[in-house]
Design a protein around this ligand. Sequence first.
Ligand SMILES: NC(=O)c1ccc[n+]([C@@H]2O[C@H](COP(=O)([O-])OP(=O)(O)OC[C@H]3O[C@@H](n4cnc5c(N)ncnc54)[C@H](OP(=O)(O)O)[C@@H]3O)[C@@H](O)[C@H]2O)c1
Length: 347
Amino acid sequence: MTQLRVPTSSKMNAVLLSEYGGSENLSWGETDLPLGPKDGHIMIQVIAAGVNRPDIIQRKGDYPPPTGESEILGLEVSGYVVKCGNNSSKFKIGDRVFALLPGGGYAQYATVDERLAMAIPQNMEFKTATAIPENWLTGFQLLHLEAKGFLDYLKGKQDTSALVHAGASGVGTALIQLTRDLGMKCYVTAGSAEKIDYCLALGATSGTNYKMHPKWDEELAHHEPKGVDIILDSVGASYFGQNMKSLKTDGYYVLYGTLGGSKLDGENLGWILRKRLNVFGSTLKSRSMGYKSSLVNKFEHEVVPKFESGQFKVSIYEEFSAVDVKKAHDMMESNKNMGKIVLAITE
Ligand SMILES: NC(=O)c1ccc[n+]([C@@H]2O[C@H](COP(=O)([O-])OP(=O)(O)OC[C@H]3O[C@@H](n4cnc5c(N)ncnc54)[C@H](OP(=O)(O)O)[C@@H]3O)[C@@H](O)[C@H]2O)c1
């Protein structure tokens, strides 16, 4: 078992980014230990860090960290609490925690507001815990906080359905399980038969391999002729027209990524008018501390017990040593992963 190591110098190792650009600019090397922890913050000895698509976008220079936060990549970690700042009372040194970070996760030590950290359930490994915060908090907030009115809309309705694009992505694997937990059918799109099978194993109702069947909306219409109640979309522009056709009247369209582009060309906004659609967009990283801390608090009480009971499954695709961070980013950019890629920081 990995030993707890309180930092003994002002230096640590971390993934360094020499300049914005390709994955060849990443390396494992020495940098300064983070300052603090400040009041209400804790310092975590990072055992594992999650790799997320937003890290790739940040590496390329298109998604900077919020002002004043660490420039080091990494939005989630698991590890041991090694220091507690003044007025921090939620944890004690030696506690096993997992946390959502504004940045700084690809490092031996990271500091975070204790309100964004959660206790790791007893029967859960560090690498499993680290795969949860970014994907699951994103999915949970989209359904439970961002798509305002959606939970009320669902009340008393029978036979409701969701469409999740990139179903085998980290966030997609969470959304499949979260929509099923709300009693909805969940349809997915993904880029291979293997990925569709993977989504079905996580509980998806049916799926379309969009590379074999680019007209996935026509396939979906066989199952749901009136359309689905909600679309959770990380693809954006390239699917816009098909998405509009695939929604029910009064349905919800939630955009949380633009993997397929962010510029619309010739699409008809009339769909939004005629179908009286509810349209939402969201990012998690830039949200205020108040928002994120109440999200984490709600998640701790309502969702974490479902991991402990085995109802929710965490999908880990591959674990890389931190020195192999380039390989981890290359794998994600090749769209190969089904579920999470994890970096082992302390072996
Ligand atoms: N708004 C937020 O708060 C927030 C937070 C976290 C993540 N995100 C976004 O959520 C998305 C998923 O993130 P993740 O970390 O879960 O990603 P991930 O595990 O890397 O999965 C992304 C998958 O999307 C699919 N994809 C890529 N380009 C596509 C395209 N042009 N058209 C259709 N599908 C495409 C690929 O699978 P296929 O083989 O199926 O094509 C790829 O494996 C990203 O857009 C990310 O930026 C948003």
